[in-house]
Design a protein around this ligand. Structure first.
Ligand code: NDP
Length: 451
């Protein structure tokens, strides 16, 4: 059995009931076979893959908090510190009732390669809790965030581990967590990113993942002689990534026909208006069903309760699909629908929104496919720029950050493209991104000895 297959079996056996983590490991290792097979004896000797798939540290803790009625609740908090070969651990905090250790290991593992691709000195990590922020009052959110940080603070620091936002953790939550960290440590340092602008946040961080996705997509299309202007797009999700992806796509001359949330999805033939989405999701924090009150010609279709998929969105005929909601929301049937409707490109704004079968189907059918760890790296790249500004105790202008973001996204595309070409897999950006990220991390790990 090959070294890679042995490791995949080992990961499954040693991490039972963590299918998302298995999926992420399988996806990465399958695409770096060409590098591992060529160096198998040395890699086995150095246990390279064992060290790569085992987090350096994972912390699990109790998070007690009291609701507005005076009832106590206990959630579980986690921080997975996956790999610090190229810098302090860096990755978001997810607050969602579906959060498990396995989910955070999948996200942390992906983060290691994503961060390596940004060219910035950041290791990989991820954390969060099964706390559900939906429907909670501001006071309850603050109570949870303070309790969460009361344990987390001892494991993080500006030069150790710098968490950021993720699903369910936006500016409000980061603010409460930062306040509690500062109070406990009596240190004012850039320990979290995604902070408010008045206390160390970076301009353009809010927009960065969505904008970065489009900078990457535009470059990928341009290198394949396709102009993004005039193209139609389907977007899933209507949160931070989706809203700014829709804004930038529209600015680039494309038309976005759809978006979605947990309750349903919107089809707007005139092009989704991101200012309305901002009002519904950032200000009112309510369901997308509201959208048709602003745009009566748009159509809202409700989903069955508990439906995690975005099937409806992927039945619409478009040139470009931008899944920006959450993981595993494009399956093989969705991929077949998109291909039958002539989709040219799929670029992931969310983490792993396309399952492995669907990804393969796109690639076999000549669709340009941008994996999230490359195409959505703009968020973490700008977090890296926030860390630089905090260290310098300076704030850069929006234009300066945005220009750096653009150049990072273009260089990520070319790193993936070049690695794919180097190993005879031209156009396979999944393999290219994984190989480029792996080579960088491996280099640093080798230089630092067996640690
Ligand atoms: P948000 O919480 O802002 O938005 C998530 C969106 O997905 C919301 O519209 C939400 O609907 C929708 N959604 C969540 N669960 C479901 C579900 N079960 N079915 C259908 N829709 C669902 O998160 P972000 O936009 O920040 O993140 C989106 C994705 O992008 C995640 O995978 C995240 O890990 C990834 N990502 C985010 C980065 C960032 O900088 N924000 C950076 C890199 C990756 P509702 O409005 O109803 O809650």
């Amino acid at each position: 059995m090959s070294y890679i297959d042995e490791i995949i079996d080992q990961v499954v056996a040693q991490n039972p009931d963590e299918p998302l983590f298995h999926q992420a490991v399988r996806e990465v290792l399958d695409t770096i076979r060409v590098v591992v097979d060529a160096n198998e004896a040395q890699f086995r000797k150095d246990a390279v893959l064992e060290r790569l798939v085992n987090p350096e540290r994972q912390v699990k803790f109790r998070v007690p908090w009291v609701d507005d009625q005076g009832n106590a609740h206990v959630n579980t908090g986690y921080r997975v510190q996956f790999n610090s070969a190229i810098g302090p651990y860096k990755g978001g905090l997810r607050l969602d009732k579906s959060v498990t250790l396995g989910m955070l290991k999948f996200l942390g593992f992906e983060q290691v390669f994503k961060n390596a691709l940004t060219t910035l000195p950041m290791g990989g990590g991820k954390g969060g809790s099964d706390f559900d922020p939906k429907g909670k009052s501001d006071r309850e959110i603050m109570a949870f965030c303070q309790s969460f940080m009361t344990e987390l603070f001892r494991h993080i620091g500006a030069d150790t581990d710098v968490p950021a936002g993720d699903l369910g953790t936006g500016g409000r939550e980061i603010g409460y967590m930062f306040g509690q960290y500062k109070r406990l440590k009596n240190v004012y340092e850039g320990v979290l990113t995604g902070k408010g602008l008045s206390f160390g946040g970076s301009l353009a961080r809010t927009e960065a993942t969505g904008y970065g996705l489009l900078y990457f997509t535009k470059e990928m299309l341009a290198c394949n002689n396709i102009d993004i202007a005039g193209k139609t797009c389907a977007v899933s999700g209507s949160g931070n990534v989706a809203i700014y992806a829709i804004q930038k796509a529209t600015q680039m001359g494309a038309k976005v026909l759809t978006c979605s949330d947990r309750t349903g999805w919107i089809y707007d033939e005139e092009g989704v208006d991101y200012t309305i989405l901002k009002e519904i999701k950032e200000v009112k924090r309510t369901s997308l069903a509201e959208y048709v009150n602003y745009r009566p010609n748009a159509k809202y279709t409700a989903k069955a309760a508990g439906d995690n998929m975005d099937h409806g969105v992927w039945t619409v005929k478009v040139d470009i699909a931008l899944p920006c909601g959450r993981e595993n929301t494009i399956d093989l049937d969705d991929a077949k629908n998109l291909v039958a409707n002539g989709v040219i490109a799929v670029a992931e704004g969310a983490n792993m929104p396309t399952n492995l079968e669907a990804t393969k189907y796109f690639q076999e059918n000549g669709v340009l496919f941008a994996p999230g760890k490359a195409s959505n790296a703009g968020g973490v790249a700008t977090s890296g720029l926030e860390m630089s500004q905090n260290s310098e105790r300076l704030s850069w202008s929006f234009e300066e950050v945005d220009a750096k973001l653009q150049s990072i996204m273009i260089s990520i595309f070319h790193a993936a493209d070049d690695a794919a070409k180097k190993y005879g897999m031209e156009g396979n950006y999944v393999a290219g991104a994984n190989i480029a990220g792996f080579e960088k991390v491996l280099n640093a790990m080798n230089a630092q000895g067996i640690v």
